[in-house]
Design a protein around this ligand. Sequence first.
Ligand code: PEP
Length: 258
Amino acid sequence: MSRRAFVAGNWKMNKGPLEADALAMELKRALIDASGVDVAVAPPFLSIPAVVARLSHGGIAVVGQDLHPEVSGAFTGAVSGEMLKQAGCSYVLVGHSERRSLFGDTDAVVARKLRAALRAGLKPILCVGETLAERDAGTAIAVVQAQLSAALGELDRDSMMTITIAYEPVWAIGTGRTASPDQAQEMHAQIRGWLSARFPREVPASVRIQYGGSVTASNASSLMSQPDIDGALVGGASLNAESFRAIVEAAASKPRLS
Ligand code: PEP
């Protein structure tokens, strides 16, 4: 079973509808020849309709940056998975470290959001990763495993087959400091090992594990050359069509591994 590389751009709170439309148009042009790789972008909620309209049939999927666990109701300011699906999203980020650290998403909340994504028919991109203090304390692997257990521990095989995991060390997000390819590979192998110990063989063989944290056009190839790195979740560098294209190209030239 081979895994197709997957690169997603997280635009965070950048690009209102007009700018998002312009960037989507540039991406469509820049990525016209991209093949052998799945590509997606996560605009802010308000910009999703413009991006979906621009990218429909363009081979670039649209991702929600977050979702509320409930379908609807008195949750001012929130957006449900069902709404994202209706708006044309096919994926949703769950448990991004900025949601965890700035908006109070605990492991329990992340687990509820992940189930809500599945309920809505969205494919979750589950973000996990340790802080610098946790890495320095030697607990990085345990922290990531605890995040995986809380979010995925109870899922069945079919749900697992829809999941992407993004390993994003918190100390590498938006800091310009990237995990070395060896550091990233070590954690990705641990994550795949965690999957192997809990799910049928096809799950660890098919679930894609993206690396995220200051991925750029210049470090993408060395990260993608690692056997358990199946793509990237890209923040800052996804706001520029040319640098995003170069990262997508680096992922596309990665040999497929099982
Ligand atoms: C992210 O937002 O998921 C991310 C990895 O950001 P950056 O690439 O800017 O570090």
